[in-house]
Design a protein around this ligand. Structure first.
Ligand SMILES: Cc1cc2nc3c(=O)[nH]c(=O)nc-3n(C[C@H](O)[C@H](O)[C@H](O)COP(=O)(O)O)c2cc1C
Length: 164
C-alpha cells in the first residue's frame, strides 16, 4: 500500500456520509442470470450514452459481467428494499426464483417494478484496486414513474425528495 493512502476503514467511514441511489446490476452468462446490489454507478457520456459501474472482482457477478460483456443497471424504487437485500448476498443461489423479469436488447435481466433501467454492452474494463470499473455503452434505456430507494449511513432510506 502507498504510504500516503488513507486507511480503508477511514475511507469507508467517509463514504457512508455520501447518499446514493441503489441499483441491481444484472448479467447473463450461458443462460444463467446473476445480479448484484450496487451503488457505485455514474453517468459518463451523453453522446454516445455511456455509464460506469464499479464491481468487486471477488463478487460472483464480476465473472458474469467480464465474460458475457453485457449488463443491465436496474434502478430500484423505494418499495424494492427486499430486492436490494436479496442481491447483496442474502440469497447466493437461484437468485431469480420468484422474481418477475424480462429482457431488453442484451438479454441481461430487466427487473419488474423498477424506476428505470440501462441495458449495456461493456466498452472497457479498468482494474482499480479491489474493483473493476466497467464502462458500458447504453444500448437501450427506459424510465418509469416512482420514487427511488436510497442508501445512507449503512441503511436503506426513503429520501423524501422535498425540493429545497
Ligand atoms: C447498498 C449497497 C451498495 C453496494 N454497492 C456495491 C458496489 O457498488 N460494488 C460492489 O462490488 N459491491 C457493492 N455492494 C456489495 C454487493 O452487493 C455484495 O458484495 C454482494 O453480495 C456480492 O454478491 P456476489 O458475490 O454474489 O456477486 C453493495 C451492497 C449494498 C447493500
Amino acid at each position: 500500500m502507498n504510504a500516503h493512502a488513507a486507511d480503508p476503514a477511514a475511507f469507508r467511514a467517509v463514504m457512508r456520509r455520501h447518499p446514493s441511489g441503489v441499483t441491481v446490476v444484472t448479467s447473463l452468462r450461458e443462460g444463467e442470470p446473476r445480479g448484484i446490489t450496487l451503488s457505485a454507478f455514474a453517468s459518463v457520456s451523453t453522446d454516445p450514452p455511456m455509464l460506469l459501474i464499479c464491481v468487486n472482482r471477488e463478487a460472483r457477478s464480476y465473472l458474469y459481467i467480464s465474460s458475457s460483456r453485457i449488463f443491465c443497471v436496474n434502478l430500484l424504487s423505494v418499495d424494492q428494499r427486499e430486492l436490494a437485500e436479496r442481491f447483496s448476498g442474502r440469497i447466493k443461489e437461484r437468485q431469480f426464483d420468484d422474481i418477475a423479469w424480462s429482457t431488453d436488447v442484451t438479454g441481461a435481466p430487466v427487473l419488474d417494478g423498477t424506476i428505470g433501467h440501462f441495458d449495456c454492452a461493456v466498452d472497457a474494463e479498468h482494474h482499480a484496486g479491489s474493483h473493476s470499473i466497467f464502462i458500458g455503452r447504453v444500448l437501450a434505456c427506459t424510465q418509469r414513474p416512482g420514487p427511488p430507494l436510497g442508501y445512507y449511513e449503512g441503511a436503506f432510506r426513503d429520501f423524501g425528495l422535498e425540493e429545497l
